[in-house]
Ligand binder design. Sequence first.
Ligand SMILES: [Fe+2]
Length: 198
Amino acid sequence: MTRLFEPIGCKVDLSTGAMGNATGSYQKRFCDLDGLYADPAAFEAMRATWGERIVYEVSEFRATEQSGDLIFGVTRMAPGKVGDEYFMTRGHIHNQADRPEIYYGQKGHGLMLMESPEGEVRILSVDAQTVCYVPPFWIHRSINVGEDDLVMLFCYRPIQGRTTRSSQNREACARAWSPTMEAGRKSTIRIGDRVTRS
Ligand SMILES: [Fe+2]
């Protein structure tokens, strides 16, 4: 027998980045991101003031974990830099790597950094009212290159097992970082900008 679930609406508060009716949430504080940035000295210098402050947080809605369902939610990321690097998420590849994802910019100026299994890098801007499609198999990470909070909605199909940051992903993100920084310093990032990995 088909099991029905109640439709639900979730209001997004752009001032806080919180989503109403969320079924779960998590926060990443500055101290949780040790080892993420290329400049450990800059990270340590910021620890005293930033240690317990939230760099990014996620609230999400999950009705079920059934593969045909949808998971959606909102990410809010503070503005800031560690050395020359903008605040960013850890980045991940889906355990079921053939599962794509949609991001929709709500506020601020972000970049989505993606890398294919072959090592190709793509960067898309995720500004307000911009939809970003992360195709299957692309590692992805978001970066706040603005001076305000970055708020984005995301949506994907439930993934068996956890969505993780694999060692492959970590390495890939590190490799991809150099061109990303170069692109991030441009005054404008065009949709579809193609960046060659150095
Ligand atoms: Fe994802």
